[in-house]
Each structure stands twice: as C-alpha cells, then as structure tokens.
Ligand binder design. Structure first.
Ligand code: PGA
Length: 248
C-alpha cells in the first residue's frame, strides 16, 4: 500500500524507458503491479511497450454482492497478471490455501497469469519445517489445475521473515527451497518436465545490490520486488540482472 496517483505516475515515468528497452528484448518479462486504483493509469503509461501490468490481488467470484471486492474480469480490463496468496493477504486477511486455490482458478478462467506466493513464517523456518510447509502450500494452491495450467504459472517463494525486513534469504537457501520444495512438489504432482517449466521467483528484501546473489542461482528465474520497486534505479537494476542471466 504505497504511492498516490502523482507519485505512482512519477515512478512509472522514471523507469519506463529503461524497462521498455529490457522488455523489448523478449528475453525478460517486466511486470508492474500497482494498487487497484492505479491499474488503469499504469496500464495507460506503459501502453505500446512490452511491460506487463499486474494486480496485487483479486476476489474469486465473477460478480455479485461483494461490496469492495474486485472481480477477475475487472482486473483483466487493465492487467495480464495477478499476484495471489501474498503472505500479507494470508496473514492479515485470513486467506487460506483453499481461497488462494479458488483465486487461481478464477484468474485462469479470465486468462490472467497468476503470480502465486508461498513462504514460511520465522517459527516454521527456525523449526526446520520450511519444506513441509511450502510443499503443503503448493499442494493446496494447485488443487484441480491441469499440467498445462501449472506450466503457465509464476510462483514466488517469499519467506515471510524476509519480506520488508531488509533480511533477505541467502541465494543458496532460497535456491534450495525453490528447487527441492517448490519444483519438487510440482514434480511429484505433474512430473519433472512441468516442474522445470514453471517460472519461480524469489521475493523478500531483494534490492539492486543483492539481486546478483539470487539471480545466479539455477532454480531462481526472477524476483518479486516490494520496497526496491519504489526506487526506479533499483528496480531497473534488478530487471537488468535478469537480462544478464538470460544472456549468459
Ligand atoms: P520486499 O517485499 O521486497 O519489500 O521485501 C516483497 C513483497 O512484498 O512481496
């Protein structure tokens, strides 16, 4: 919950040219996920570029008496992506795996590409139960999806203790959860081929300075960026690191 109309516009304008150039290579995908109320403005600002737009959430019902909620089709008017199951949604708004699963089905029905977040709390991490927890979230999130649908998902591994804290995971630690727990769970359910095809990002205190540590990892395909995306220079540096990986 950051920016207002003026500062969101200023932020997009400050990074648009650099991001458009990166996205135009076709080697990296760059997506901006503003608050709902600025989706239409941001979509307008990036129109004609290969920069994607995503929402930070949506409701799973198609329409009806759900005052204050935003339907998948409303998001699809402006965006191609939607973040689902962010830990803050799970923690503060009580979104269960079942709700996240319903939202994924609803997004896919609108041809929106879900960016599905999973990740463990500090206690779970400290008890050494990350693998069981993350596998459980993956199983819950993917229920009823076809292999083809799963292949097209973006999954973000975001340990809760690393989000907004300035205490990022290590590259090797994040790579191991993504490789073993996330791709491992997907391989159990859909086979190794699908597990390798899914795009998996790391998120949690990623900056222009530490991105290299994550992006060099074999199982990390990109980053879901919070705080650093509010600084044009930092976000461009993060996207540049993605291109560097693809050109290696
Ligand atoms: P952060 O946020 O990059 O500020 O840690 C990540 C997120 O909210 O997903």
């Amino acid at each position: 919950m950051n920016t207002n109309l003026a500062s969101a516009t200023e932020l997009v304008n400050a990074m648009k040219n650099d991001l458009a150039q990166l996205a135009a290579t076709g080697k990296v995908q760059v997506v901006l996920c503003p608050p709902f109320v600025y989706l239409s403005r941001v979509a307008e600002l990036v129109q004609g570029t290969a920069i994607g737009v995503g929402a930070q959430d949506m409701y799973f019902q198609a329409k009806g008496a759900f005052t204050g909620e935003v339907a998948p089709a409303m998001v699809a008017d402006f965006a191609q992506y939607v973040i689902l199951g962010h830990s803050e949604r799970r923690q503060y708004f009580h979104e269960s795996d079942e709700i996240v699963n319903k939202k994924i089905h609803a997004a896919l029905a609108q041809n929106l590409k879900p960016i599905v977040c999973v990740g463990e709390a500090l206690e779970t991490y400290e008890m050494g139960e990350t693998d069981v927890w993350v596998r459980g979230q993956i199983h819950g999130a993917l229920k009823g999806l076809t292999a083809e649908q799963v292949r097209g998902l973006v999954i973000a591994y975001e340990p809760i203790w690393a989000i907004g804290t300035g205490k990022a995971a290590t590259g090797a630690g994040a790579n191991s959860v993504i490789g073993i727990s996330i791709r491992g769970a997907i391989a159990d359910l859909y086979g190794e081929d699908v597990a390798q095809a899914v795009r998996v990002q790391y998120g949690g205190s990623v900056t222009g300075k530490n991105i290299d540590e994550f992006i060099v990892q074999p199982d990390i395909d990109g980053a879901l960026v919070g705080g650093a995306s509010l600084k044009a220079e930092d976000f461009v540096a993060i996207c540049r690191a993605g291109l560097k990986k693809m050109e290696r």
